[in-house]
Ligand binder design. Structure first.
Ligand code: FES
Length: 121
């Protein structure tokens, strides 16, 4: 298994890592296979994601995927952000090792959960 350069770049220098105090919503997803956990924090204004941060207790691919996901989601409406799929993340990287595809899914699930929680309010 090999990570490509873009994945390594996001792993070594992740974008939007951390948490948001007074976030409008938070979502969490876990992977039952590896036990890794991801949390996404959102600040939303007029349906637009103004700020997004992540905390990932997970593998290098999960951290890189979270970083790319936050870049893709920032500035989008929550409706559009909810449609971001693991395939969009994989497309950003160019390729993801087969055994690491589920790690990209974790990021999108945490974002969807955060958006669901917001819409339930
Ligand atoms: Fe668990 Fe990657 S191995 S998220």
């Amino acid at each position: 298994m090999q990570y490509n350069e873009k994945m390594l770049k996001h792993f070594y220098n992740p974008h939007n890592q951390g948490s948001i105090k007074n976030a409008d919503t938070v979502g969490q997803a876990g992977n039952p296979i590896c036990g890794d956990i991801m949390k996404i924090y959102l600040k939303i204004d007029k349906n637009i994601i103004k700020n997004i941060k992540f905390e990932t207790m997970g593998c290098a691919a999960a951290i890189a995927a979270s970083s790319v996901l936050t870049d893709l989601a920032k500035g989008k409406t929550i409706q559009k952000a909810a449609l971001i799929s693991k395939d969009d993340i994989i497309k950003e990287f160019g390729a993801v090792p087969e055994v690491k595809v589920h790690c990209s899914l974790l990021a999108t699930e945490a974002l969807k959960e955060a958006i669901n929680n917001y819409q339930k309010k």
